[in-house]
Design a protein around this ligand. Sequence first.
Ligand code: PLP
Length: 359
Amino acid sequence: MTGRLLRAALVDLAALRHNVISLRERVAPAQFMIVVKADAYGHGAVPVALAAAGAGIRHFGALDIPNALALRAGGLGEENSVLSWLHLPDEEFGEAIDAGVQLTASTIEELGRIADAEAQRTPVVQFKIDTGLNRNGATALQWPELMREAAAFESAGRIRIQGVWTHIAEASEDEDTIAMARFEHAIEVAASLGVRFPVRHLAASSAGFRRADLRYDMVRMGGHCWGIPSFDGITATEMGLIPVMTLVSTVTAVAERSDGSRLAELPLGFVDGLPREARGRVFVAIHGRRFLLDREIWHSSTLLDVTGSDVAVGDPVYLFGTGDHGEQTVREWGDRTGTLGDEIVTRIGVRVPRIYSGA
Ligand SMILES: *Cc1c(COP(=O)(O)O)cnc(C)c1O
């Protein structure tokens, strides 16, 4: 199946559709946003977004304006909402406004620039409040002033207020509950100043999956859409999800040594995103048999001890994926290398073509 590809990330869009449909059902009646930042965590933002739209997903989180515009240019029509939230201090908002991109404002200054942008259309704005993560968002101190300004801009017809949101740590139940209380309070403060939000959202993959009380009107998910569980002790299969990316390669050389040992070479290294910590910790599968990645991971190749096997040049190698070919999942790779599966897929490099199936 890998057809002698030196290296490839096989992206199963049917699995992606399955995941987003299943997740959307789980969080309903809350709406579902797929977060496609960082090129959809390495899966390819445009193909992923179009596949999700084909499965009926209507909300897309783009992180920033270049990504948001790339989704529109890639064919994501205006029946789908696209939200951006990370803006440069001198960001030009006009093009995004006219492309129907919803913009997040965290400060009065940012809101002013959005309202002042040269655009044919009225900006559609969401507001971000910080509830403890300190990753932008208005502070509780800035919030009332921001809301007064928002109300004034809205009554002057210069913006349309669409939503309010925050981002939470999802590291402990208690912290998340505290963040939720801060979020509620901010919404009350806004209401007392005459600001109402059609859409309120706070949870990402982890909290959104587990806690109905944190879903509000919408849940924003990245990780789970790719079939990577965001918490311990549960597999993708147990969650009803399918890993979307399978990383494959091909044996490019086999060295037979006088002591009878055999080494195989894979044309993938740390420039391709293989974590160097994988050495001695993860397995790859060749013809369903597992081999430990027991040698140093080099710049663009990796050696593997295949002593006692008949592994040969041209054999397909499965690094991580669904497990269907004996390989581990990327979640297992993450656990064993002290990182997150999300981070591993996101870092798969540009030498590794993404090959799509199930479109
Ligand atoms: C990345 C991100 C998400 C998605 O997080 P996951 O844990 O991958 O589901 C949601 N919201 C915001 C603001 C994000 O930056």
